[in-house]
Design a protein around this ligand. Structure first.
Ligand SMILES: Cc1cc2nc3c(=O)[nH]c(=O)nc-3n(C[C@H](O)[C@H](O)[C@H](O)COP(=O)(O)OP(=O)(O)OC[C@H]3O[C@@H](n4cnc5c(N)ncnc54)[C@H](O)[C@@H]3O)c2cc1C
Length: 456
């Protein structure tokens, strides 16, 4: 059995583990860091990400957290000549409600002191709304535009469902290449002397000055002695915690996406990431609906479905791909390596997305053969906030529960985790995002009572 000594062992080479190692290497350049994972880096949940980012959240803590992460992404975009392909056409959240009071209240709460950045546009003629012409993040405005005139909406979003009465256009939002972000961070980790170990962690034994981590790889077992352990195992963070005798308040919920070439030009290449906030009954024909409703396994698809279905162009203005997703599953499950993708999902998501984007109906029954259908687990706490910071075991840290926001939040997560490990000054919100928040009953009660957790 081989052995090695390191200062820090990061378990998991998804975007979160890699970002932790990157900011640890930046914060203490001489430290010996190993990132342990049996899989190729970025190949599990991180490979399924839609790679979208936003600073829209129903709570100011999550907004401050993602704003911090977007600051760091912009820094990386500047430093590496936009290798991460950061775009910023925003998120267009559409509803047929003319006065979505709850939504607007959440917007005010989320933006807190930044609420003055919320611009409401009524009549089309006098509007100062700036449409998302450029994809360059440097050109995009701040804040949020609330479009409440049907004429204005029709003018700027002519392909949307004509019944849409309000659009919230979140301007600090867009997409990045998460894979490029991961690979440039890995290059920097290696340049700073860090390494990757291709092995699965099987056991962690606590010793007075650190840990002995037993990991199994292609060449057999290895013992890695580490002063500090960072648990960034994505859907398996609770398993790693159990090796330390701890439980984490997380569950895994499987979600899917599809991508295909939009040969019929149904989606405008300059469309922001568009989200239909309204629930809906899927657009089946009457005979289809009857068949679906009769089978107990599919009957749920004939009932009212939740909102949050989304669609966006992928691959830039000259690309042809589009991506569709719908996080409607609410049932937790044990994570498995053979992902439980549902062969009906492409048809379900296509019909759902066609409500906001009726031009997608052209693909009913004729989705291109070259379609990518993939999925992964949202590893979540009940309140949909992440877990970043010390575990109960001394010198052990967790960076996980990244739900549907791990790509956008990776940089802030890595920087916060490195801050905790290296004893640096942390932003005010850091404690609320750590396990310490479970000692704050008032905060927890408030979070559990709030109408929305910001899941998309
Ligand atoms: C369908 C879908 C769409 C999404 N869209 C977005 C989006 O648009 N924007 C966004 O910001 N986020 C999005 N997300 C969320 C984002 O993808 C995740 O939050 C993020 O990838 C989590 O990264 P991670 O590193 O924690 O986990 P992972 O990428 O799963 O990495 C964890 C790693 O730990 C390793 N591991 C596990 N157990 C062990 C062990 N015992 N020993 C060693 N290694 C171990 C695994 O092999 C894996 O490589 C989406 C997620 C899904 C599923």
């Amino acid at each position: 059995m081989s052995e090695r000594n390191v200062e820090i062992a990061v378990i998991g080479a998804g975007i979160v583990g890699i970002a932790c190692a990157y900011y640890l290497a930046k914060g203490r350049p001489s430290s010996r860091i190993v990132v342990i994972d049996p899989r190729a880096p970025m190949s599990l949940t991180s490979a399924a990400s839609g790679e979208n980012y936003r600073n829209w959240w129903p709570h100011p803590v999550m907004m401050a957290f993602t704003d911090y992460s977007i600051d760091l992404l912009e820094e990386i975009s500047r430093e590496y000549d936009d290798r991460i392909h950061m775009s910023r056409r925003g998120y267009a959240l559409a509803t047929r409600e003319a006065k979505p009071d709850q939504l607007l209240k959440e917007l005010q709460t989320g933006y807190g002191e930044g609420a003055r950045r919320i611009r409401v546009h009524g009549a089309a003629s006098s509007s100062t709304y700036i449409p998302p012409v450029s994809a360059n993040w440097r050109d995009a405005p701040e804040g949020v535009d609330v479009l409440q005139s049907r004429a204005l909406i029709r003018h700027h979003f002519p392909t949307f469902d004509q019944e849409v009465s309000t659009i919230l256009h979140i301007r600090r939002a867009g997409d990045i290449s998460g894979q490029q972000l991961g690979s440039l961070m890995l290059e920097q980790i290696r340049a700073a002397g860090g390494s990757l170990a291709s092995a699965r962690v099987k056991e962690i034994v606590k010793q007075h000055d650190g840990f002995v981590v037993t990991a199994r790889g292609p060449d057999g077992e290895e013992k890695i002695r580490a002063g500090i352990v960072v648990n960034a195992a994505g859907p398996y963070i609770a398993d790693i915690a159990r090796m330390l005798g701890e439980t984490l308040p997380v569950e895994n919920i499987f979600h899917q996406k599809i991508a295909f070439i939009d040969n019929l030009g149904a989606v405008d290449r300059r469309m922001p990431f568009s989200i239909d906030l309204d629930g809906q009954a899927i657009d089946w024909t009457d005979p289809e609906r009857q068949l679906i409703a009769e089978d107990p396994a599919t009957a749920w698809l004939a009932r009212q479905m939740p909102g949050g279905i989304h669609c966006r162009p992928e691959g830039g203005d000259l690309g042809k791909w589009i991506k569709l997703g719908w996080a409607y599953n609410r049932t937790p499950s044990e994570p498995r390596d053979d992902l439980p993708t549902d062969p009906n999902f492409p048809d379900i998501v296509l019909r759902g997305a066609s409500r906001l984007n009726p031009r997608l109906k052209q693909y009913y029954g004729r989705l291109p053969r070259q379609i990518t259908h993939y999925g992964g687990y949202y590893t979540m706490t009940k309140e949909n906030w992440p877990l970043i910071g010390p575990m109960k075991t001394k010198h052990a840290y967790v960076a996980g529960a990244m739900s549907g926001f791990g790509t956008m939040a990776a940089c802030a997560t890595g920087a916060l985790c490195a801050g905790w490990v290296l004893g640096k000054r942390l932003p005010e919100f850091a404690e609320s995002l750590s396990l310490w928040r479970y000692d704050d009953e008032i905060l927890l009660r408030r979070l559990r009572e709030s109408a929305s957790t910001g899941v998309l």
